[in-house]
Write a protein that binds this ligand. Sequence first.
Ligand code: 5GP
Ligand code: ZN
Length: 115
Amino acid sequence: MSDECLFCKIAAGEIPANVVYEDDDVVVFEEINPQAPHHLVVIPREHIATLNDLEPRHEALFGKLATTATKLAAERGFDSAGFRLVVNCNSAGGQTVFHIHMHLLGGRSLTWPPG
Ligand code: 5GP
Ligand code: ZN
């Protein structure tokens, strides 16, 4: 855990969030500023700052972010209609919280390309 990291604090329960799923590896909570009818943030409990900091030992954990998000899309009934998983990296990628996370966006038609 990083002492100054917002998402580490959410994972530890030190800062409140609407947590919708958690286990030993991952925590999922509702986005504070949702960009779609369903917008969840999927994080690993381990503090990994950005995609650039992923190591081979993280491959299963990073995969679990995607499988957890996809299960939640199915539980919420928008898997067949479609959805989007997004991981922003550093400033040009639009990252604002430096604890790696996957956005799950669903419940509306999303446009492409992104801004
Ligand atoms: P990023 O821009 O780094 O890809 O995504 C970080 C996301 O975290 C943003 O969409 C932002 O709205 C969200 N966020 C920032 N602070 C909080 C918070 O305290 N609680 C929750 N639930 N989301 C947050
Ligand atoms: Zn962190």
